[in-house]
Ligand binder design. Structure first.
Ligand code: AMP
Length: 404
């Protein structure tokens, strides 16, 4: 079924056509009619499923045409995600006269104040700077008709729960509220009971399973050889663009410097960098100026960069959900992707947790022509006992191709 029967306005439909979409994704098919009926909704959808358009298209339809006060507020955990959502709103809404502003910290107030003064229909914001604006009186939420909390579980992880409650409290009681969250931990469930009214629950695909279009593999190695293996893995990978995840800011910087010394076109993204550095990195990565970006988990949620053919986890994520989010950065919207995770002996426990979480074992792979030292990481002999086990824990060799 196409978009035409979903009840979107003609101007929004023009935006959809201009974006080149022919068919709605499953979450769009289910969420758009519910949102258009002004119902509250909890959506648990995987990243890369078209979630942003699922709430943006009906939101633009409901708002109709420009009025100079904030009627819709979208709250996101990171600045990058806020900027991305605002871009989507501009794209889909380009044939409407609705106005949107994006508000986040790490940058001056000047432009944000100016946009707000001129009057916007939609604000997309991260919690901290939004609260600053509310205290300064430059943002008022008393005419908000629609509140959208995106990546709510990530906001919880980042300690934004008290901020979220303060923001929600300032919105009118009669508003429509949409909450998107990959997982629904008990705190989010409690929040939704308090902030939402008889929400429709929409879950497309299990939030636990990584996108079916992504292949994933594990590279066990001795701790001392980790960086060497990473560099060799990169050499043997035929990539378009690679997103590399490191556990810490320091670790990300260290890898970034190592790659720069080898003359790679590389960028780095983590919360220790200034806002302009973060923007420079992400824009450069989006525009293909950089072929590699090294990042912390700040980049693991929701980011949509078309050219990412590979995700490499230099460090194993500590939370199983983050594994799914990280590898969701590749293989987005029906394209194929490849996720490779380097593991050392201490990671075994986390790998087990990830495999249990996603319900499958991840194949172990050895690189050709790499002078492996022995490590306990090779000894994960007993495979997980899963009903639908796809691959055992035996090694098979991997013949990567060199790039270009
Ligand atoms: P999201 O999950 O919102 O980050 O979206 C993931 C990607 O899917 C984005 O690049 C969107 O432009 C794309 N997308 C969203 N909806 C559709 C659709 N109906 N058809 C094709 N691509 C889509």
């Amino acid at each position: 079924m196409g978009f035409s029967k979903l009840g979107l306005s003609p101007k929004v439909m023009e935006g959809v056509r201009a974006a080149g979409y022919t068919d709605p994704t499953p979450i769009q098919l289910r969420a758009i009619p519910v949102i258009l009926q002004k119902k509250d909704m909890i959506g648990s959808a995987q990243t890369g499923t078209g979630k942003t358009a699922a709430f943006t298209l009906p939101m633009l339809t409901l708002l109709g045409s420009h009025q100079p006060h904030i009627r819709c507020l979208v709250v996101t955990p990171t600045r990058e995600l806020a900027a991305q959502v605002e871009t989507a709103i501009r794209d889909y809404g380009r044939f409407t006269n609705l106005k949107a502003a994006v508000i986040f910290g790490g940058t001056g107030y000047g432009r944000q104040d100016e946009q707000l003064r001129q009057g916007v229909d939609i604000v997309v914001a991260t919690p901290g700077r939004l609260l600053d604006h509310m205290e300064r009186g430059t943002v008022r939420l008393d005419r908000v008709e629609m509140l959208i909390l995106d990546e709510a579980d990530r906001m919880l992880d980042m300690g934004f729960m008290p901020d979220m409650r303060r923001i929600i409290n300032k919105c009118p009681k009669g508003r429509q509220t949409l909450l998107f969250s990959a997982t629904i931990p008990v705190e989010i469930d409690r929040l939704s009971q308090w902030a939402l009214r008889q929400p429709e629950k929409i879950a497309t695909e299990a939030a636990r399973s990584p996108a079916a279009t992504v292949t994933h593999t594990l590279y066990p190695v001795a701790e001392d050889q980790k960086q060497d293996l990473f560099l060799e893995l990169l050499k043997q990978t035929d990539y378009n663009q690679v997103l590399v995840f490191a556990r810490t800011k320091y670790g990300a910087d260290r890898l970034y410097n190592a790659l720069r010394r080898l003359n790679h076109a590389v960028a780095v993204l983590h919360s220790g960098r200034t806002q302009s550095e973060r923007e420079h990195s992400l824009n450069g990565f989006r525009n293909d100026r950089y072929e590699i970006m090294v990042a912390t988990d700040i980049a693991s949620r929701g980011l949509d960069v078309e050219g990412i053919s590979h995700v490499i986890n230099y460090d194993v994520p500590q939370h199983p959900e983050d594994y799914v989010h990280r590898i969701g950065r590749t293989g987005r919207a029906q394209t194929v992707g490849d996720a490779r995770t380097i593991m050392v002996a201490e990671d075994l426990i986390h790998i087990r947790a990830i495999e249990r979480f996603i319900g499958q074992t991840i194949p172990r792979v050895k690189l050709n022509n790499f002078p492996y030292l022995y490590t306990r990481a090779f000894d994960a002999k007993e495979p997980l006992r899963l009903k639908s086990m796809r691959v055992g824990s035996t090694y098979f060799s991997h013949s990567g191709r060199r790039r270009r």
